[in-house]
Design a protein around this ligand. Structure first.
Ligand code: ADP
Length: 538
């Protein structure tokens, strides 16, 4: 055993040496910058990491005043003050200034060193917190972003909430308004002076107002909710339902007359109700026309009675005047020329009266459904020729008028007609053409259109003002241009003609231009042995 080996002092030195090496190694190994500072704030010792972080080599660092290493002078001074005073551990976030004068965010901890003599300096650890700060900044930014997003979301939700509330408010308002409108409409329907019914698109009755209840002696509660088929089993509703029932739907009716019984007439109008192109149902408007019908009947009875009463005296006058005229022609010189002219004028005027009375009688018969037809199968040319002969003479006797007959064929299929009545129609057309034409040609044409014979009378006369044309077939209607011209007429001829033609299942119509002329026409279906409709009843 050597002295060295056995000397405890040497052992201690060795141990201290080992300890120093150990602490140096430890200090160099630590990933934290570290320095030892004396009470005058001068650096005594630094580790490797300090060199790396600050860029100062150990020799440069040793002896440097520690406060010169940091940006925040006041802060580092207060840290040092504190550590000296408190003699414990003090920490701060500071900024390190490297040798290259770059700044590095650091966490600084100071720990007082003490010996038996008291304070002998302090340790300073400096930790690079760049990454930590970056993460913090990033996190703060992220947090701010998220907070902003959340705030926006919250705002959006708030907006949606108030929008929703507004919508709810609007809905509530609209609902109240709709309710108000609904009760207004209901009140109108309830108190309407005419009857009203509403059928849904499925033909189920949903509304019946009190007036309709009265008309049909029904109660709304008994009939609503029922469809057309079920309703037709109600005896009092049957005639209405049959009247409005169309082909798989409710028929389109405009002021159509429905006779319930002799003393009760209704006028029915149906209106399809649509919204945005969707069929919602049909409104039935029911108007009581019993009073009008009664007045019409009284009027027509009066006309009929008056016309009948007039016929006898007119026939008497006709007979007297005819006798006069016959005598005149037999025994010349009995009357002088003036007297003869006067009697002829009286005769013509009487003839016009007779015609008017006949027209009035025909109108009242038509209206009362008493216009009797006596049909026979005839050849249209055989029937027309005698009429045309008479008119040829009459027209050619008038200055400035000529007459032409246009037949597309020499023979036509037979027709089943009441020749006398169809004669009235042809005569009415020809009379009008002559009356309302000052000069020009009157052309009567006969031709075939499909299974119909078409007879037309064309003239070059005064024509009919366009705005009055739709009223032409109305009873007593006369256009203002002929009234102005003071041409005589009653406005009954076309009304009668229309009824006659339609009773024969034909069509009547015209085309006209005021000042240029008119063409009036009617058709007759050819006789096939078994005609349909009215003609069958002949
Ligand atoms: P009336 O001739 O006796 O007045 P109608 O019923 O025959 O009665 O005719 C009704 C009206 O139609 C006439 O008043 C006239 O205004 C018009 N009208 C009929 N035929 C013609 C025609 N050929 N040219 C011009 N107007 C006509």
């Amino acid at each position: 055993m050597t002295e060295k080996e056995t000397n405890p002092k040497n052992d201690m030195v060795d141990d201290l040496e080992d300890l120093k090496n150990y602490t140096d190694e430890l200090a160099d190994f630590l990933p934290v910058a570290f320095c030892v500072v004396n009470p005058l704030n001068c650096i005594l010792e630094v580790n490797n990491f300090f060199e790396v972080l600050s860029g100062y080599e150990k020799v440069e660092a040793v002896g440097k005043r520690v406060e010169n290493l940091f940006l925040e002078r006041e802060e580092i001074n207060s840290l040092i003050e504190e550590v000296k005073k408190e003699k414990g551990k003090v920490e701060k976030e500071l900024t390190l200034i490297t040798k290259k004068e770059e700044t590095v965010p650091v966490d600084v901890s100071a720990l007082a060193r003490e010996s038996e003599d008291g304070f002998v300096g302090f340790f300073l650890t400096i930790m690079d917190v760049t990454e930590k700060r970056e993460i913090e900044v990033k996190m703060e930014r992220e947090l701010a972003k998220k907070t902003k997003e959340l705030e926006e979301k919250a705002k959006q939700m708030e907006d949606s909430r108030s929008a929703l509330l507004n919508i709810l408010e609007d809905v509530d308002k609209s609902y109240k308004e709709a309710e108000k409108e609904r009760s207004k409409t209901a009140a109108i329907i309830e108190n309407f002076i005419d009857g009203m019914m509403f059928f849904g698109a499925d033909h189920v009755l949903s509304i019946v107002n009190p007036k309709a209840e009265d008309f049909f002696d029904i109660k709304a509660r008994d009939v609503t909710g029922r469809d057309l088929r079920e309703l037709s089993t109600f005896p009092t509703l049957k005639s209405l339902i049959n009247f409005i029932k169309g082909d798989g739907k409710i028929a389109d009716l405009f002021r159509e007359e429905l006779k319930i019984n002799e003393d009760f007439y209704l006028e029915i109008t149906t209106t399809g109700i649509e919204e945005d192109g969707e069929h919602l149902g049909t409104l039935i408007h029911i108007h009581d026309i019993t009073r009008e019908k009664r007045i019409e009947k009284i009027k027509s009875e009066f006309v009929s009675v008056a016309a009948h009463q007039l016929r006898t005296p007119l026939s008497g006058i006709k007979w007297t005047l005819e006798t006069f005229l016959e005598e005149v022609s037999e025994e010349k010189g009995k009357l002088n020329e003036d007297e003869e002219t006067l009697i002829r004028k009286a005769y013509d005027a009487n003839e016009r009266m007779v015609n008017l009375v006949n027209d009035l009688l025909n109108v009242s018969r038509i209206e009362e459904g008493r216009y009797i037809y006596e049909p026979e199968v005839v050849d249209i040319l055989d029937f027309l020729n005698p009429i045309l002969e008479t008119y040829k003479e009459a027209i050619e006797n008038k200055d400035n008028l000529s007459f032409k007959v246009n037949k597309v064929k020499d023979s036509f299929p037979k027709v089943k007609i009441d020749a006398e009545k169809i004669g009235i129609v042809v005569q009415n057309f020809l009379d009008n053409a002559i009356k309302y034409t000052d000069e020009g040609e009157v052309v009567l044409s006969i031709n075939m259109i499909d299974d119909n014979i078409r007879i037309s009378v064309q003239d070059e006369g005064v024509g009919i003002p366009e705005e009055q044309q739709e009223r032409l077939f109305n009873k007593f209607f006369r256009a203002e241009n002929v009234i102005r011209k003071d041409v005589e007429g009653s406005g009954l001829g076309l009304f009668i003609a229309k009824n006659i033609v339609e009773a024969h299942n034909g069509e009547i119509g015209f085309e006209s231009t005021e000042g240029e002329g008119s063409i009036f026409y009617f058709t007759l279906p050819i006789h096939k042995g078994k005609e349909k409709g009215f003609i069958e009843e002949f």
